[in-house]
Design a protein around this ligand. Structure first.
Ligand code: SF4
Length: 358
């Protein structure tokens, strides 16, 4: 099931029991690469989808990379494609992403594309399609990570190009990642989400090296731009539950979107967080303003014009963002709001702040 914009539903298929009818409604078509049939996950996922027709294909790229697709329309009822991931399995963290002081920062994409539909999502500039590709050979990623771990520890973000908690009822991937993390303590995982997938998260073991990173936005901006995502109050419920269970939780005020009433909207958001969360228990907090590669922004403006991408951003070394004074004002505002909520070493900003701001 998709969460709706009223926020009444927790998240896309957050319940492991959800399946059958709801999943049939969520996905328009199901494609499977020939080689993916050799993996038990394919059968498990197909059972949950109970699709009337499954289309066998040679290579997911023949569907996913077709020219002239209407990705924004496809997002409304995406196809799901089960495929086998080929190397590389790990990518160095992108310059626009925060590394939280981790020296060996990587990310991996075991799923490409997201069941949610944020208007400002960079995936629309990155992928030619709105369909969701699920790679069933997690073991190959695990083998690669195991090799790298013999040389040094790793920090790996596994839910950047998708929302794994939202898809857990279908894929069960977080359970597999948790098992792998449990056996590899020098691996630190980050699982980012805009869901309220409490059941999916609570079913996982509590591990010090698996961070649940929940993004929060002011509710008026969420309902305007972050279609189908869980409401702010439902996301905060997920955070409270995860903290009570003893999980390491990261709260992400990232990306912050500028609007003429920025201070009112974000002031209310920070106040809600102060009132509703035991902030001192958070592992850390990330704060960042909207920023995006120039190449992605160009495609997004062409394919899906929206208020966020229409802003006259400033290009700095191939990355578009707000003008430096505005970035400093937005980050400075957030810094003031966060003062006293948690130690400053636990607050990470997308850019340095002037000395003495926090
Ligand atoms: S939740 Fe994240 S990955 Fe999913 S559509 Fe929104 S911005 Fe993109």
């Amino acid at each position: 099931m998709y969460s709706n914009d009223s926020g009444n539903t927790a998240s896309f298929n957050s319940s492991p029991a959800a399946g059958g009818a709801s999943l049939r409604r969520a996905f328009s078509r199901v494609y499977v690469e020939e080689t993916a049939y050799a993996y038990p996950r394919t059968e498990r996922i197909l059972e949950k989808l109970s699709a009337d027709t499954v289309i066998k294909i040679r290579d997911y790229k023949n569907i996913f990379n077709r020219p002239n697709q209407a990705a924004a329309l496809q997002k409304r009822a995406p196809a799901v494609i089960l495929a086998v991931l080929k190397p590389p399995f790990l990518y160095p963290g992108a310059a626009v992403c925060q590394d939280f002081g981790e020296r060996h920062f990587y990310y991996t994409s075991c799923v490409m594309n997201c069941p949610y539909d944020c208007e400002y999502c960079y995936l629309q500039g990155m992928y030619p399609s709105g369909d969701i590709v699920i790679f069933v050979n997690l073991e190959d990623i695990f083998t690669e990570i195991t090799k790298v771990l013999t040389k040094h520890p790793l920090y790996v973000c596994i839910s950047f190009d998708t929302d794994l908690p939202a898809l857990e009822g279908l894929t069960g991937f977080l359970k597999d990642w948790a098992e792998f993390a449990r056996n590899n303590p020098s691996l630190l995982l980050e699982v980012r989400t805009k869901s309220a997938a409490i059941q999916a998260i609570s079913a996982l073991p509590v591990l010090p090296n698996m961070i649940l990173a929940v993004t929060v936005s002011p509710e008026p901006l969420r309902s305007r731009f972050e279609h189908r995502t869980a409401s702010l109050s439902d996301r905060l419920k997920l955070v409270r539950t995860a903290l009570l269970e003893g999980r390491p939780v990261r709260l992400c005020f990232d990306p912050m979107i500028w609007t003429p009433d920025f201070e009112t909207l974000y002031g209310e958001l920070f106040q809600t967080v102060r009132e509703q969360l035991p902030a001192g228990k958070l592992r850390d907090v990330s704060v960042g303003t909207f920023r995006i590669s120039a190449e992605y922004l160009k495609r997004m403006r062409k394919n899906r014009p929206c208020l966020v991408t229409a802003y006259p951003y400033t290009n700095q070394d191939g990355i578009y963002g707000y003008e430096p004074e505005r970035v400093q004002a937005m980050l400075g505002f957030a810094a003031k709001q966060l003062e006293g909520m948690l130690p400053k070493e636990k607050i990470f900003f997308s850019e340095d702040l002037p000395k003495g701001v926090l």
